[in-house]
Ligand binder design. Structure first.
Ligand code: 9PG
Length: 501
């Protein structure tokens, strides 16, 4: 590696790198497999960016315990890049940053797809490429400015033109998998007069994970559901996890050769949910690409125009593929196939997506773990990716800088008091975060809401306030200033009290 000096006004840093360096705006672009910058900061904070939608993202002091998922290997496999756990180190995916005591930030961000990793310690911040040639953006300055510069470059590189969706009703955070034609038709009737754009059917309609046909709870099939939603003037939306399958699914049994394997020929365990492990596909196989294309042509022909595609990271896991390409590149090709099949006028919302590798393909992206009708859960103290309103708020606000790259979805807001442990203040925080992030969704059935709750919902659906970021967690919503600093770093965890109640 050769060393060079990068200069930002009065500040300068020594960089060791392999390749070319050039100046761009206020920052620099480096190419090459690795970059090492001596930061000369005294106990800075490190911005850890998690690999997929659900992965822990936020700031921790270099002397603090690194922000990660601890003590839950199966969750780690699903909700982060378990390949790059880097025991004991502050490490993240794609982009990382250090914040000095004077509030200035040194940012290193990948401009290319390919499992790029950022690691920081008390002396340096290091960027390492995966299996594809990498380019890095490096800048130093005001925090919101350097993140903006990086986001602008990504926007240009990935030719991002986001389509915006209006408010969404999703079946998940009320009914979970317990949905049926009967209960959804009733719910759709009640939603008909409300100012929402999309009615999205979540997990629970399919025969099995991997077998994407209607199960017996939907006797008239999914095209009937789409027609019904459209007849009420709403856009039909549907959930599926097209890149994974359960071991007992028809597709896994009929096409064992499609399943991604490791070097020993054993199927790669792609994650754990639905009380089982699950597999993913080798999407570099022509047959798999054809399968994905016809699957999405079929679901589009049922009348769906809004797709919540979930557990997508699985397509970018390590494994032996028929074509030797970087795992994130393989995933991206699979996604391009899907985008081609649904057409440019369909809305793609990604959940569990690798955040950098999905740029320019998805319109919307979940930017945090699942919310829940409760604030926190002490059972998994060491898992910031577990469901809960607090975890979803923290992760989402720490990804505010991505809001020009995707329509950033912080997950559902709640208006109901029925089946809900969230107090009024927590519900207000969720609403404000949805307004800040620019994506409004909810799952409450209208029949569960009081008159007053219905009024609050209508106001929420009808307003898109002007947002200004004034500081890391300081936002102006229209003219109201809201500081989330004490929410993200509370003096005491509120779940302690909930469990004692
Ligand atoms: C449907 C749900 C909902 C939800 C999605 C996703 O890390 N995990 O183990 C993990 C499990 C489930 C999960 C997210 C993460 O939920 O986010 O909105 O669609 O699937 O099954």
């Amino acid at each position: 590696m050769s060393t060079s000096q990068i200069v930002f006004g009065a500040a300068s840093f020594e960089v060791a790198s392999h390749g070319q360096v050039s100046k761009i705006g206020a920052g620099y672009i480096f190419s090459g497999p690795e970059l090492e910058i001596l930061h000369k900061m005294n106990n800075p904070e490190f911005y850890r960016h998690g690999w997929n939608s659900w992965s822990p993202t936020g700031w921790r002091k270099i002397t603090e315990k690194p922000l990660k998922i601890y003590g839950n290997p199966l969750r780690l496999l699903t909700a982060d890049d378990s390949q790059h756990f880097h025991e004991g180190l502050h490490a993240g995916s794609g982009v990382g940053a250090l914040s000095d005591i004077n509030g200035k930030v040194l940012l290193v961000g990948a401009l290319t797809v390919g499992n790029n990793v950022i690691i920081a310690d008390e002396e340096k911040i290091t960027a390492q490429q995966g299996n594809s040639p990498s380019e890095w953006f490096v800048s130093y300055g005001e925090e919101t400015e350097v993140f903006k510069e990086y986001a602008n470059l990504l926007q240009q590189r990935f030719e991002i033109k986001i389509k915006e969706s209006g408010p969404v009703w999703s079946s998940w955070y009320t009914f979970f998998e317990d949905i049926s034609e009967k209960n959804l038709l009733d719910t759709i009737d009640e939603l008909a007069t409300f100012p929402i754009d999309v009615i999205q059917i979540d997990d629970g309609w399919e025969t099995n994970i991997g077998d994407w046909s209607a199960n017996t709870k939907f006797p008239n099939g999914m095209a009937h559901m789409a027609d019904y939603i459209r007849s009420k003037g709403k856009t039909p939306g549907i959930w599926l996890a097209p890149l994974i399958c359960l071991p007992n699914s028809k597709i896994a049994t009929e096409h064992p050769d499609w399943i991604l394997k490791d070097e020993s020929g054993t199927p790669v365990v792609a994650g754990y949910n639905w009380e089982t492990i699950y597999f993913t596909f080798d999407s570099t196989l022509q047959e798999v690409k054809q399968y994905l294309h016809s699957l999405f042509e079929e679901i589009t022909s049922w009348g769906f125009k809004y797709f919540k595609l979930d557990f997508m990271y699985a397509g970018a896991l390590p494994g032996v593929r028929s074509v030797q390409i970087d795992r994130e590149q393989a995933y991206r090709e699979a996604m391009q196939t899907i985008r081609h099949a649904v057409g440019d006028d369909s809305y793609l919302l990604g959940s569990g997506i690798p955040m950098i590798a999905s740029l320019g393909i998805f319109d919307g992206a979940r930017v945090g773990p699942d919310t829940a009708p409760y604030w926190d859960n002490t059972e998994r103290r060491e898992d910031p990716s577990g469901p809960g309103a607090w975890n979803s708020i923290c992760n989402s606000l720490n990804r505010y800088w991505m809001s020009g790259l995707y329509q950033t979805d912080p997950d559902a807001t709640f208006f109901r008091s029925r089946q809900n442990l969230l107090d009024t203040n927590s519900k207000t925080l969720l609403k404000q975060v949805a307004q800040i992030m620019g994506f409004r969704s909810f799952s409450d059935p209208i029949a569960w809401l009081s008159e007053e709750e219905i009024q609050e919902l209508i106001i929420f659906l009808n307003t898109s306030p002007k947002i200004k970021q004034k500081g890391r967690y300081l936002f102006e919503i229209d003219s109201e200033i809201i500081d989330f600093a004490d929410v993200v770093f509370p003096k005491k965890r509120i779940s302690d009290f909930i469990l004692l109640k």
